[in-house]
Write a protein that binds this ligand. Sequence first.
Ligand code: PMV
Length: 354
Amino acid sequence: PAKWVSMVTARTPTNIAVIKYWGKRDETLILPINDSISVTLDPNHLCTTTTVSCSPSFDQDRMWLNGKEISLQGGRFQSCLREIRARAQDVEDEKKGIKIKKEDWQNLHLHIASYNNFPTAAGLASSAAGLACLVFSLAKLMNLKEDNSQLSAIARQGSGSACRSLYGGFVKWVMGKEDNGSDSLAVQLADEKHWDELVIIIAVVSARQKETSSTSGMRDTVETSALIQHRAKEVVPKRIIQMEDAIQKRDFPSFARLACTDSNQFHAVCLDTYPPIFYMNDTSHRIISCVEKWNRAEGTPQVAYTFDAGPNAVMIARNRKTAALLLQRLLYNFPPQSDTDLDSYIIGDKSILE
Ligand code: PMV
């Protein structure tokens, strides 16, 4: 048998939603009940690097995460692999003597090695970067013809928020109308250069893994909260239009107000769930108060905050000068606990302090 191995490596950053996705209308296909908008981080922080390889000598699909083998049997991994294999094309590399016919991909096995450059258990969005990177690298390996938007619809079936990591800059996940999910995909609103004075700083206030997974949290919210219907139908559609406008105009006051109120409403909807879900903790609430007071004192917002399914604060400063002040305030008012070093407490570009 031939001894060749074909290999592709890709790196994908995670994304942070400024208009949140919360609630599915289809759990298997991962179809959301509202559009969402996110910003993709720069690849130096919170990113996944994945190497995918195939060889006739591999006898099964296998995957390692941070060096430890994990199961690929989960329905979400299987959906992504099935969708990608169904679109695989011929691959020919004369120099390496590799010739793969598209029908061969059904029988060729894969080895996948994935690394996060941040602690996976830190309660930070790791699945977004991970699934996006997996889908992108497999699409390159198997020579798919689909564009990033079409690939995002595959990544979506691995983890909803992953679909937004196929692009840099500002990205919208369009919820779509079709029952089969074909139009539920990501589109880029603006690239990473469009608003590059913004600085994102994350304070890891707790590195514990979240108690309620987003999957079960969303399910409980959709089943029990009356507020979620109002949010999805009345609030988010208007905010999406306003947020797109704020991004196009680089209007920081509008951007900050929309991002903060949307994060607050997402956590209000969690509280409206029965039994209630608490993702933020006391430190998260104190950080919100601190930023709100600062913004009010300045007369115009300097910093936006947003919190996902955990207590860690994601803050977006309007420029580097504000980001340096923010870092000083954070370290003064919310110093890292004695057993935490600065690098695992603050994620972001710390050179702004120099
Ligand atoms: O894609 P999931 O299942 O990890 O859900 C992500 C949900 C939030 O992070 C809370 C919001 C979002 O839009 O990313």
